[in-house]
Design a protein around this ligand. Sequence first.
Ligand SMILES: Nc1nc2c(c(=O)[nH]1)N[C@H]1C(S)=C(S)[C@@H](COP(=O)(O)OP(=O)(O)OC[C@H]3O[C@@H](n4cnc5c(=O)[nH]c(N)nc54)[C@H](O)[C@@H]3O)O[C@H]1N2
Ligand SMILES: Nc1nc2c(c(=O)[nH]1)N[C@H]1C(S)=C(S)[C@@H](COP(=O)(O)OP(=O)(O)OC[C@H]3O[C@@H](n4cnc5c(=O)[nH]c(N)nc54)[C@H](O)[C@@H]3O)O[C@H]1N2
Ligand SMILES: [Mo]
Length: 766
Amino acid sequence: MTGFPPDPGRAVSQDPDTPHDTDPAGGWGSLKGVARVAGETGVSAVAARILGSLNKPGGVMCSSCAWAKPAKPNTFEFCENGAKATLWELDRNRADAAFFARHSVTELRDWHDHDLEKSGRLTEPLRYDPGLDRYAPVSWDTAFAEIGRELRGMSPERAVFYASGHAGLEASYLYALFARAMGHQNLPQSSNMCHETTSVNLETFIGTPVGTCTLDDFETCDTIFFFGQNTGSNSPRFLHVLKAAVQRGCRIVTFNPVRERGLIEFADPQSPGQMTLGKPTRISEKYYQLRPGGDIAVIAGLMKCVLEAEDAAPGTVLDHAFIAAETTGFAETEKTVRATLWPEIERHSGLTEAMIREAAEIYLSADRAIGIYGMGMTQHVNGWLNLGMLCNLLLMRGNIGKPGAGISPVRGHSNVQGQRTVGIGEKSKHMPADKLRALFGIEPPSRDGLNAVHACEGILDGRVEALVSLGGNLVRALPDRVRMEAAWPNLRLTVHVATKLNRSHLVPGQVSYILPCLGRTDRDLQASGPQAVSMEDTFSHIYGSLGRAEPPSEDVRSELAIVAGMAKATLRENPRLDWDGWTANYDRVRDLIAQTFPDDFADFNTRLMQPGGFYRGNPARDRTWKTESGKAQFTAPTTLSALGEAPEGDDVMTLITLRSNDQFNTTIYGFSDRLRGLSGGREIVMINRRELVRLGLSEGQKVALETAIADGVTRRVEGFAVTPYDLPDGCIAGYYPELNPLVPLGYHEKNSQTPAYKGTPVRIVV
Ligand SMILES: Nc1nc2c(c(=O)[nH]1)N[C@H]1C(S)=C(S)[C@@H](COP(=O)(O)OP(=O)(O)OC[C@H]3O[C@@H](n4cnc5c(=O)[nH]c(N)nc54)[C@H](O)[C@@H]3O)O[C@H]1N2
Ligand SMILES: Nc1nc2c(c(=O)[nH]1)N[C@H]1C(S)=C(S)[C@@H](COP(=O)(O)OP(=O)(O)OC[C@H]3O[C@@H](n4cnc5c(=O)[nH]c(N)nc54)[C@H](O)[C@@H]3O)O[C@H]1N2
Ligand SMILES: [Mo]
């Protein structure tokens, strides 16, 4: 470790016996990672120019995470992983017709995910030929005609239109419109596996499906409480913001079973001083390795401390005026929390009372507090209560709806939040019916559609016949992979709009297409000239992005053009659905978005390139609570664990599935999890040394894992190497997507069906 005295209770020092990186996040290691991907993809002068423009006004908005693009950007406003994502897309290799002639689908299925994508950019539309077991080129006309025929031939509710949170607002709006014009709203999205817990439950608690903070709040907050988000790998540009916050005295407290380097210390790759003198910034003042699923208990403890402090100095700790005027449910919540006993809190959280008291002191020292969270909170059976408790903690002291405070989910894909804003979602409220009638003369479907889990159930039982994917790698990202993969070929139609080949394309339906699309870095030239696309970040700011790279081939089309092509081939003639005109000029689509969602997108085209993006606002930020009661809602805890039911037994371990530092979801850039000090294989199971000895395992031993949920299905993966790692007792960790076969489809967050990828009970089998 560089520099800091170890804290008592392992608060900062790392377990010396387990692998860990001794370098801070950022630093030289981040530059080496970029250089390796540049070597594999063949970096060009254009790539260098695009990296220079990344996340800057008028430039390309990074296709990696959903972090903000500041109005006053750094010299290099990109991170290690943003650079990897950009270079990955600008790949000079081509998965062209010759590639698919050489390799059968059966053969490709044995390739590693890394190698599939490394084959390069897709260059022409492909149709699966079952006789030859190969994808073969077809014309766009043929592809659209057949897809249209197939979709017309089935009843609308049997089609599912999936979207990974990547495509721009314009293509996404037309996709959502296409589904509804066809007569369904089966519009699952990657968010269904991600922050749907947020969308559904924050709406209940504070009347908004998204976070209440903006970037400015980080300039004035006094403390940040961090729950289950790995900034160093998954939103590294946020580290600059955290560094600045720490330097002006903001106190950061982190709760995470894994000691993530980025939240421990950070060396700014753009600061010559930090790079050469080795003086990183310490990020978390306190770092608590709670048990997975232990956040409800931790927050209950924190709330007890706040109530005690109020008892000791009545009228000075709680924000009484705010609680009385703006909230409901406080009395019951207070009663429940007071009655909660410390031994129970310690048992579920894995932390001591002293640790939680120490953290509470920091919370109490702050006038303005921000609660940050990621997948460690959302991907649990009781994820709803994780968020309910975090809202409680913040609401007690009026920390929602004032500057420098708020609840702040860190969203994943670069436009996952925006796609929902413009109508991708299975509910009627996601796209207003009156607008559909007025603008297009369409009678929208009245029934809710299918989310990801419900669509999977439909694929398993044969109700779903067509799956169209606007990006993503659904087969790989879903839970219960073995069951899902087996059912997939029963689909009548599968269509993948994609930049690169992935595993989902290798599980074709009876009629199957891959349609190659432009990436965000590519120049998008249409009849009216070069087109920009737009996206919304995690703080509800909207930005235009202008691609500049030469497209991978002349036969690659924009996502918007492909959606429009499929829609035109599928739908009955309707003069108000001007698919060709919209493709020719995306301004017209933005005008439609502004007409459909006037509160969010007024003057969309005028504001498109505004530095720092334009803010579409958030009612909860202004203390307008669009909840059922019209107030912010306190939630009395009904349990202290976010985990679902699991069998008792010393051998049952809670499995956390994680991202490495060298992947973007199912895209595997390489095999180095640098920030965790791990490299080489991804087929590993991390476990602490005490548990390793207790279970009679040895380092490097290959084991199988089996899900410990008795629902009649055996779920098993084999050949995972036991890897000692600093984790709490009772839990193990490994990588997503390799471990997805272990997570049952039915094991998900209660209200939103977000799979419980961070808390599946499993047994290690030798
Ligand atoms: N480079 C890169 N960037 C990405 C992605 C990527 O794969 N690579 N993915 C993008 C996407 S789609 C998303 S959604 C985000 C994901 O970003 P994150 O939200 O950071 O998601 P994860 O990496 O899955 O894990 C989150 C953290 O939760 C912790 N954790 C696990 N269980 C618990 C728990 O019970 N309680 C608490 N408090 N913590 C827990 C884990 O140790 C881990 O540090 O990142 C986005 N950005
Ligand atoms: N066990 C476990 N499973 C998880 C998670 C977990 O933490 N643990 N996390 C979940 C989360 S948070 C998410 S968001 C999902 C992610 O699920 P998805 O969003 O479905 O998966 P991705 O890996 O992001 O999709 C990668 C593919 O997108 C395509 N692609 C890339 N760029 C573009 C583009 O510009 N346009 C188009 N059309 N296609 C493009 C490429 O073909 C690439 O192979 O996975 C979920 N699954
Ligand atoms: Mo995500």
